[in-house]
Design a protein. Structure first.
Length: 339
């Protein structure tokens, strides 16, 4: 894991130098380096920060905190991510109205997406399978420059109440924003030989790469046609399933057996194992998945695995298209089906 982290951070540094300073005469080389920066930022998110925020990067809490702060180095707040992902998403995976990752506001809110059957439908949702793929490219820049600040200002991320920042968390939040602005924005603007037009192209390429990678790595696990979307029991925050069964019902894997996807996705191709054992480093997921699969089969609990990343992405867009219809005409797994 430490070697992988060094490789990711080295890619970020080398890509940054290449994009903004080393190849002023070659736009193609600069764009390739910009893509490398975007990939590195996404890998910091799914591999280093993700494990660290779950306490799975190291047995040392201090080292976990340092590793989590690499996300702030890439522009996004590790604190805000922890509130949304660890506090909200993992506790209430695909629970409508409680999971911030599928939060679409109230029934009267005009959300740009509809991800679960109970969500309100609006006419533009009929096209969401077309426009959301494009909007995913804005995910990183939206998170860095809007969502992090909005979460602190509102004290909430959708249904999740954001905890108050400690003194150390404030230092990491504001220090991370300052460092990111200095090396990613100010240094290229003041010192790079590129024109403003080329800089805008490079910045856009970096953020679009990061946004698309992060969006697809996380959505193909929970926003697909073959998982459940759970509703709370009336008057409570509980659902009809036990916690572990609910994690399996709402989660899908992809590309088992692929070392490439295990490392590129930060183990998210074994998302079921991650949700059951979030405190274990993702490098161990390929060894744990067969054990979980055998146990699930023993108790008759379905374990959904898409054969490839492409199949998972296709299932995601089929789900978006189905959710865009005013009258639901898709198969949503019932509690009986998912155990």
């Amino acid at each position: 894991m430490y070697v992988k982290s060094l490789a990711i951070l080295s890619l970020l540094c080398c890509g940054w130098l290449g994009a903004f300073f080393l190849f002023p005469g070659s736009l193609a080389a600069c764009l390739l380096c910009a893509v490398a920066v975007g990939v590195a930022e996404a890998e910091i998110g799914v591999s280093i920060m993700h494990d660290a925020n779950h306490g799975a990067y190291s047995t040392s809490p201090r080292l976990n905190a340092v590793a989590a702060a690499t996300c702030d180095l890439a522009g996004a707040s590790s604190f805000v991510w922890r509130q949304q992902h660890v506090v909200g998403h993992h506790a209430f995976t695909n629970v409508v109205g409680l999971d911030p990752d599928i939060h679409a506001g109230g029934q009267d809110d005009k959300a740009i997406f509809r991800l679960a059957p109970p969500h309100a439908w609006h006419p533009w949702h009929a096209w969401q399978h077309l426009y959301l793929g494009c909007l995913y490219s804005l995910l990183a820049v939206k998170s860095i420059f809007h969502d992090d600040f909005a979460a602190l200002a509102r004290g909430a991320l959708g249904p999740v109440t954001v905890a108050r920042l400690t003194r150390g968390e404030k230092a990491v939040f504001w220090g991370g924003k300052a460092v990111y602005a200095a090396y990613m924005l100010a240094a290229p603007a003041l010192l790079s030989p590129h024109s403003w037009a080329r800089l805008l192209v490079l910045w856009s390429t970096i953020n679009a790469t990061t946004g698309v990678m992060l969006a697809f790595m996380f959505t193909v696990a929970h926003v697909v046609e073959d998982v459940a979307y759970l509703e709370r029991e009336e008057g409570s925050r509980k659902v009809a399933l036990g916690w572990a069964a609910a994690q399996m019902a709402t989660t899908a894997d992809f590309s088992h057996g692929s070392a490439f996807w295990t490392h590129v996705s930060g183990g998210l191709n074994h998302q079921v194992v991650h949700h059951l054992f979030p405190g274990i480093c993702h490098c161990h997921y390929p060894q744990l998945a067969p054990i979980v699969m055998r146990t699930a089969a023993e108790f008759g609990i379905p374990y959904k695995v898409y054969p490839s990343f492409g199949a998972a992405v296709t299932a995601h867009f089929r789900h978006l298209r189905a959710m865009g219809r005013p009258l639901l005409s898709m198969r949503v797994p019932s509690l009986a089906t998912v155990g």
